[in-house]
Design a protein around this ligand. Structure first.
Ligand SMILES: *Cc1c(COP(=O)(O)O)cnc(C)c1O
Length: 387
């Protein structure tokens, strides 16, 4: 699929579908319930937990962008992850990456502790560890690439092949790139999911999730569960996310232009030890990123010299980077993974995943690049005073 096609799908989703008034933008349907035409004669929608026109339009748009069969909009990104867990029985084995999103790590490890399924946590770039895990015939393999917060890359096609060889389903968390930059279903995945809270909505005013399956039957099974456990997304959030989606391709372009300049600036800065950004030729996942992504994204992390004290000074002195969790909004955000996004992980598990006290993650926004660079310049200078 070309970038043009993606821009067209994103912009035109739901346009010209109003048969009553010819409204160009689809109306928001807030009604919780729908009148039957007559006795035992239902319309397309009957109750908004089960189905809602606004949510259906948004779900179809993401399914089209990911080139999948069924899209399911959920209340949060985590409820999309939890929805996948409905496929698992107590004897089933799940393989998750050691450095996945902290909330996913917490969910899988705590459900496994309660005996809901069996779990193996591996570094999926360690071929021996991965093949040992796959030899135990898992039902599900979770992939997250690029990973959070270290931007490690996983070869989706390779993991899908190896997983399918042992009969496992593969679900890919595509939150960090969005379908504008990576389409896991085309690389062999069975399920792709997003926290739409991030790039897809892009304006930091919705918490939501979406999941797309490659096959119709798996999609129908998951849609049944989404209604059954009651985790479908609200009409208002779907309306906002559909609105945000229209500018996803153009936002991603500007996010990436800014990110490349920020990464280059940070790499040569004396207050920085190391920058994790897949766009660098010496990044260990660079070749995989070039092959399976159409851009390097706008997320990066780095180690500040002087440890956590320097990190605190950096945060206190920035003007255009807001100290906040989350990512993917038009505004630049900065965070400290150890005490924020990954606080749900034990310190030992954090260190195993490479998350140190001096690690900082940024989501590069689309403000003027000169302002962004000047702000980092003065913030980093302040971070080193007294260190
Ligand atoms: C934010 C995030 C999630 C969870 O999504 P919520 O919308 O916060 O529930 C899952 N995976 C990744 C990679 C995320 O960044």
């Amino acid at each position: 699929m070309t970038q043009n096609k993606i821009a067209t799908i994103a912009v035109r989703a739901g346009i010209n579908t109003d048969e009553h008034h010819g409204a160009v933008i689809p109306a928001i349907h807030l009604s919780s319930t729908y009148a039957l035409k007559g006795f035992n004669d239902k319309r397309q929608f009957d109750y908004s937990r089960t189905g809602n026109p606004t949510r259906a339009t948004f779900a179809q748009a993401i399914a089209d962008l990911e080139q999948g069969a069924v899209g399911i909009v959920t209340s949060t990104g985590m409820s999309s992850v939890h929805l996948i867990c409905q496929l698992l029985s107590t004897e089933d084995l799940v393989v998750i990456p050691h450095d996945c999103y902290g909330g996913s790590f917490r969910l899988f490890t705590h459900l496994a502790k309660r005996g809901q399924f069996k779990l193996i946590v591996v570094d999926q770039n360690n071929e021996q560890a991965l093949s040992q895990a796959l030899a135990q015939k898992p039902k599900l393999v979770l992939v997250e690439t690029p990973s959070n917060p270290l931007l490690r890359l996983i070869d989706i096609e390779k993991v899908c092949q190896a997983s399918h060889d042992v009969g496992a389903l593969v679900a890919v968390d595509n939150t960090f790139l969005s379908p504008a930059l990576q389409q896991p279903l085309l690389l062999g995945a069975d399920i792709v999911f997003h926290s739409t809270t991030k790039y897809i909505n892009g304006h930091s005013d919705v918490v939501g999730g979406v999941l797309v399956t490659k096959e119709q039957t798996l999609g129908e099974e998951l849609a049944w569960w989404a209604n059954c456990i009651g985790i479908t997304g609200s009409a208002f959030d779907s309306y906002l996310a559909l609105r945000g989606l229209k500018t996803l391709p153009v936002r991603m372009k500007q996010h990436q232009i800014n990110a490349e300049q920020v990464a280059t600036f940070l790499k040569s800065h004396p207050a920085i030890d190391v920058v994790y950004y897949p766009g660098f030729a010496d990044h260990p996942g660079h070749e995989i990123a070039k092959r399976q992504q159409t851009g390097f994204g706008a997320m990066m992390s780095f180690e500040v010299k002087g440890g956590v004290e320097a990190v605190k000074k950096l945060f206190a002195n920035l003007e255009f980077f807001t100290l906040a969790q989350s990512l993917g909004g038009v505004e630049s955000l900065i965070s400290h993974p150890s005490t924020m996004t990954h606080a749900g992980m034990e310190i030992a598990a954090q260190l195993e995943a490479g998350i140190t006290q001096s690690l900082v993650r940024i989501s590069v926004g689309i403000e003027d690049i000169e302002d962004i660079l000047a702000d980092l310049q003065q913030g980093l200078a302040a971070s080193q005073i007294g260190i």
